[in-house]
Design a protein around this ligand. Structure first.
Ligand SMILES: Cc1cc2nc3c(=O)[nH]c(=O)nc-3n(C[C@H](O)[C@H](O)[C@H](O)COP(=O)(O)O)c2cc1C
Length: 256
């Protein structure tokens, strides 16, 4: 019996089926990519094969099938805008993924407004909370899809999602994800970056249970910060006192 078949029958694999290679990396952001060729109407293509690929310089990628109407526009103009999607934009997101710009004006059909970009000619979508303006760097031919590797030139962010201090609260836009053929919103906030290694606080159990609100997480982070500040200051005072004691002792010695 061949080794792979043998493995299938061992207890290690009893609860899982082994499938042939395919695409199963879910959930994914689902975005609306807008583009425009001079003298033509702007177009939107829904893309789930999209990702952040580099922090510095900020770079993103989208994968597009050559047969899409948008493909040539993207390749020729070398510009596009990645528009983040929300619960309110879910229907438009799906529509722009099942109708072609060859046949319809998707902006018009979905009642979306064209938004001027700040650094590129391709327009964004006004109703989207975040518009990522991109310039194409390279097209990498892969197979069914080609990968459009791009530099991020600028980002437009909805002011209503900013705190007084200018922090973006993206969760308030009700972002959506695409998971194996289905759209979802994000549900509960279950933690913030690095919470797993932070000193346990009163709210850590709530965080793990997923019952915590943004306010409680932020409150607990603020408490931790104050605690660290207090610890730091009391350590500095103690160090100062120790140094003073040492120099006083030295003075006394030198006087004797
Ligand atoms: C949820 C969803 C995700 C999609 N992701 C991609 C993708 O990553 N790449 C792609 O080429 N097409 C993708 N499509 C299909 C295109 O959006 C669709 O073919 C669209 O009608 C193309 O528009 P166009 O002909 O105006 O360019 C997706 C469609 C949906 C509904």
């Amino acid at each position: 019996m061949n080794l792979q078949i043998l493995r299938l029958f061992t207890s290690e694999y009893m609860n899982k089926e082994v499938w042939k290679a395919g695409n199963m990396l879910y959930p994914l952001p689902v975005v609306m990519v807008s583009c425009k060729r001079e003298g033509e109407k702007p177009n939107i293509i829904t893309v789930a094969w999209a990702g952040t690929v580099c922090t510095n310089p900020p770079m993103v990628s989208i994968s597009v099938r050559p047969e899409r109407y948008s493909y040539d526009i993207l390749a020729e103009t070398k510009e596009f805008v990645i528009n983040l999607t929300t619960r309110d934009l879910a229907r438009a997101t799906d529509y722009c993924g099942v109708r072609s710009g060859r046949d319809v004006d998707k902006y018009k059909e979905m009642g979306l407004q064209v938004q001027e970009s700040s650094k590129i000619s391709a327009p964004g979508i006004k109703e989207s909370p975040v518009n990522i303006e991109c310039k194409l760097k390279e097209i990498i031919k892969l197979g069914s899809h080609d990968l459009f590797l791009a530099n991020v030139e600028a980002i437009q962010v909805d002011r209503s999602l900013l705190t007084e201090k200018g922090k973006l609260e993206l969760g308030r836009s009700n972002p959506i994800v695409y998971s194996h053929g289905e759209y979802y919103d994000l549900g509960n906030l279950i933690g913030t970056f690095g919470y797993s290694v932070k000193k346990s606080s009163k709210n850590s159990k709530q965080v793990e249970r997923g019952s915590v609100t943004r306010k409680t997480v932020e409150k607990s982070a603020a408490i931790e910060k104050t605690k660290h500040k207090e610890e730091y200051h009391s350590k500095r005072i103690k160090d100062k006192q120790k140094n003073n004691q040492k120099s006083n002792a030295k003075d006394r010695k030198s006087k004797t």
